[in-house]
Design a protein around this ligand. Structure first.
Ligand SMILES: Cc1ncc(COP(=O)(O)O)c(C=O)c1O
Length: 289
């Protein structure tokens, strides 16, 4: 799979990128990131992703990054491929400095790294049709999950637990049983015809796909009720699905081995998949920038 990187404006093969062992992203997880889907050579929901990146940078007081220039680099790198169906990864770290100290260094220059790689949607296309299984798993993350930081160890361990159980994702729950989100996806449920999801004011990532689906629910004639679902309530939901930049709208058919509703992707999930696809078609048929 081809992958082309861009480091501070220099375009090179991803495998040739060298990063200092003193980089704070590596040493402390002192960095933030974004993942953007590129359809037909065009980054989707680019504005939304870059707004979230700006918020993440501000939240960790990482200044001095020119996001307009970074977006130009994104377009240059997509054109350098040229890439059609691809994924863009952007990461900004607080840079490298010596000696290793926790407090912000005075002189470090932020590292601005991005890469674009070819993307094959076929595996997800299949999963979107048949649905996936998930497990429930304790949410052991920190209290600022609204920041898209690269501190992902708790997410990694949760997702590995899902994989060990032959499942796609882990739904995370707090000590009182309240579900928050999944290890790398937002989650929604359908109960009595209404769509539910955790409010974004809570300790979750404000998913870009989540926001899109909330905005599109009206088109699918679905009422939204943001709120909380507990682990015990999972037995009584009619439908469940995940959302994410690459997974899009992914039906969940089983939780901890138990079927959700009929055990097959539900009708409201299907409707939302359709409105998602229609919205994407609109984007792709609009004149390019
Ligand atoms: C914890 C978490 N929640 C939700 C999402 C989905 O967000 P988005 O729709 O912006 O991809 C992600 C994506 O990486 C994530 O890591």
């Amino acid at each position: 799979m081809r992958a082309i990187a861009n480091v501070h404006g220099q375009i090179l093969p991803l495998e040739d990128v060298k990063i200092s062992a003193l980089d704070r992203g590596f040493l402390f997880g002192d960095s933030v990131y974004e993942v953007v889907r590129v359809y037909q050579g065009r980054p989707y929901l680019e504005e939304e992703h870059f707004q979230r990146l700006a918020r993440s940078l501000e939240a960790i007081a990482l200044g001095g990054v020119d996001l307009v220039r970074l977006r130009r680099r994104v377009h240059d790198t997509i054109a350098a491929g040229p890439f059609r169906e691809a994924v863009l990864y952007v990461q900004i770290t607080r840079g490298a400095s010596m000696p290793r100290k926790h407090a912000f260094p005075k002189q470090a220059v932020p590292l601005e790294l991005l890469w674009v790689e070819d993307y094959d949607d076929a595996p997800y296309e299949h999963l979107r049709r048949v649905g996936v299984g998930v497990v429930t798993y304790p949410d052991r993350r920190w209290h600022r999950c609204d920041i898209k930081s690269t501190n992902l160890l708790a997410n990694v361990l949760a997702n590995q637990a899902a994989h060990d159980a032959g499942c796609y994702e882990a739904l995370l729950y707090l000590p009182d049983g309240t579900l928050t989100e999944a290890s790398h996806s937002s989650f929604f449920w359908v109960k009595d015809g209404a769509l539910g999801t955790t409010p974004s004011r809570d300790n979750i990532l404000p998913g870009i796909t989540r926001g899109l689906i909330l905005g599109l629910a009206g088109r699918a004639n679905v009422v939204v009720r943001e709120g909380h679902l507990r682990r015990d309530d999972l037995r009584s939901v009619d439908e469940l699905f995940l959302t994410g930049t690459t997974s899009e709208v992914l039906p969940v058919t089983h939780v901890d081995g138990q079927p959700v509703g009929s055990g097959r992707p539900g009708p409201i999930t299907r409707r939302l998949q359709e409105v998602y696809a229609a919205k994407l078609r609109e984007f792709l048929s609009a004149s390019s920038y």
